[in-house]
Design a protein. Structure first.
Length: 201
């Protein structure tokens, strides 16, 4: 049985600003640090952070016909992908590490509120008859999904954010443990770890 869940995302500093919906595919290689070995045509592509610059990942996905790119952070926080790529017209967004782990091949995903900088990613996931969501060999109570969906969950899962980024900067979601889903307190604070290169995807 499938259920629709939600998580927060932050838009990159380049790429399109329109909302998109489509089938998700996890990129091969996952970091998009080489020529893509998977069919991304007409799909929303999930890539990992690291290896090459964000715009290089996005250009590879766009050349393959992808309609959107979701970058999975290496930490439990959101950030705005840096760089410049005028030839990339699809939206490029980031989600927290654990939230990205919930996005599977074939899931139906929808990016809403892209124009505002911070928005809501809706996606389908498999749940059992008991309403429990399968997560890495275990089960977790499905959260959110309805109009009154709870704020919180893993990596911001269940968060419903459709406000302009200026209205939500510095607001931390109840991550349900480990600080998951916290939003950055500064527009310029985009690094992931003390030794990271902000421009490196």
């Amino acid at each position: 049985m499938e259920a629709e869940q939600e998580m927060a995302f932050e838009r990159g500093k380049f790429g399109g600003t329109g909302d998109v919906s489509g089938e998700a595919v996890r990129c091969v290689p996952f970091l998009a640090d080489g020529e893509l070995e998977c069919d991304v045509g007409g799909k929303v592509v999930i890539v990992g952070r690291g290896g090459v610059k964000f715009e290089v990942k996005a250009q590879r996905v766009a050349r393959g016909g992808g309609i959107g790119m979701i970058v999975v952070n290496t930490e439990e926080s959101l950030f705005s992908c840096t760089g410049s790529a005028d030839d990339v017209e699809m939206p490029v967004v980031c989600v927290a590490k654990s939230g990205g782990g919930l996005l599977k091949d074939g899931a139906r995903v929808s990016l809403r509120g892209v124009q505002y900088g911070v928005g809501t990613l809706r996606y389908t996931c498999d749940v059992g008859a008991d309403g429990q969501r399968a997560v890495d060999g275990g089960k977790e109570a499905a959260k959110g999904g309805g109009d009154g969906g709870a704020v919180g969950g893993i990596g911001g899962v269940g968060m419903k954010l459709s406000l302009p980024s200026t209205a939500v900067k510095g607001v931390a979601g109840d991550g349900g443990g480990g600080g998951g889903g916290a939003l950055r307190g500064s527009e310029d604070d985009e690094s992931s770890g003390d030794d990271s290169d902000d421009s490196l995807g």
